[in-house]
Design a protein around this ligand. Structure first.
Ligand SMILES: Cc1cc2nc3c(=O)[nH]c(=O)nc-3n(C[C@H](O)[C@H](O)[C@H](O)COP(=O)(O)OP(=O)(O)OC[C@H]3O[C@@H](n4cnc5c(N)ncnc54)[C@H](O)[C@@H]3O)c2cc1C
Length: 282
């Protein structure tokens, strides 16, 4: 093993999702003199972000007050909420939308496109962003404190041997390491375990969300309409529900979320999504 290359920063952030990028932007706004880098395992920023999504605009208003003058490429104002309880062949629309489902003032975006739009704004403030860099492990100093991350080696075969394009991952050292890996990030999981960070927390609960983006025939899409459903095909003991977000240009983002504590051995999240798409109301 040759000695690894080392890069040094004041702050390294793992993950260029909404959290990592927003954090880097805010930090540079507050302390422009700090050197801040963000590493992202996807080959381009936003490429591993799949979510819907309807978002609240308050955080963007605070972070980038002028953002509405040049909004993200997909950004449709929410204008209609529906909340349905489905049975196998029918269902009913709740007369009132529960407060947490009320999207008045929110916008429908592509979260991947939103991240791709945030990244150059971070760079304009001096944040260095490196897509294609996957953090493989935290680095520790002599006091067992985190002092950066090691980037994974590239060009390693399944049996561990080095392929022709083998490149040793560099070490990125920093005074502060920020993990913005999203749910179930593997560095975060290791550090939660090592430092017992969840000792005062409830156990984590998980669900799986499956999403598709549909191009539909003209006239079907109602831009800004948001529909959520619960009930069928999940049985009453299974947490599950769907979303339909009407974008512009005859596109609809749709998906189905299943709690992973389902008890029915015959329940399959992907199958439930397929069944739901075939409901006459959908
Ligand atoms: C189907 C679905 C629908 C959703 N709908 C909505 C919605 O309508 N409204 C809403 O507000 N929220 C929604 N969410 C939730 C929302 O997506 C998350 O809350 C949000 O993306 C979390 O942001 P984050 O930056 O913490 O993590 P993420 O968005 O997960 O970003 C993490 C980033 O870190 C990168 N990364 C991970 N590990 C490493 C590593 N080791 N090295 C380098 N890079 C790494 C990933 O590639 C990714 O780019 C939805 C989620 C799903 C799955």
């Amino acid at each position: 093993m040759s000695e690894r290359d080392v890069m040094e920063y004041d702050v390294v952030t793992v993950g260029a999702g909404p959290a990592g990028l927003a954090f880097a932007i805010r930090l540079k706004q507050l302390k422009p003199e700090l050197s801040v880098c963000v590493i992202e395992k996807a080959s381009t920023i936003g490429a591993h972000i799949l979510s819907g999504a309807v978002i609240e605009t308050g955080p963007l208003d605070e972070l980038l007050p002028g953002w509405r003058k040049s909004p993200p490429p997909i950004c449709v104002s929410a204008n209609q909420d529906e909340f349905w309880f489905l049975s196998k062949t029918g269902g009913f629309k709740f007369p009132v939308v529960p407060p947490q489902m009320n999207n008045h003032g929110n916008v429908i975006v592509s979260l991947g496109a939103l991240c791709a739009w945030l990244a150059p704004q971070a760079e304009a403030l001096g944040v260095e962003i490196y897509p294609g860099f996957a953090a493989a492990a935290p680095l520790f100093d002599e006091h067992h404190a985190v002092c950066g991350v090691r980037i994974g080696d590239m060009g390693v075969a399944k049996d561990g041997s080095h392929k022709p394009g083998y490149t040793q991952g560099i070490d990125i050292k920093a005074k502060i390491t920020v993990l913005g890996e999203g749910a179930r990030g593997h560095l975060s999981k290791d550090l939660v375990r090592k430092y017992d960070l969840d000792r005062d927390s409830d156990p984590q609960s998980y669900s799986i969300g499956i999403k598709e983006l549909w191009q539909v025939r003209a006239g079907v899409c109602e831009p800004g309409k948001i529909v959520h459903t619960m009930g069928w095909p999940a049985d009453p003991k299974t947490y599950g529900g769907s979303f339909l977000y009407h974008l512009d240009k005859d596109r609809i983002a749709l998906g189905y979320v299943s709690g992973l504590d389902y008890q029915d051995p015959n329940y399959q999240p992907y199958e439930a999504f397929q069944q739901w798409k075939n409901h006459p109301g959908v």
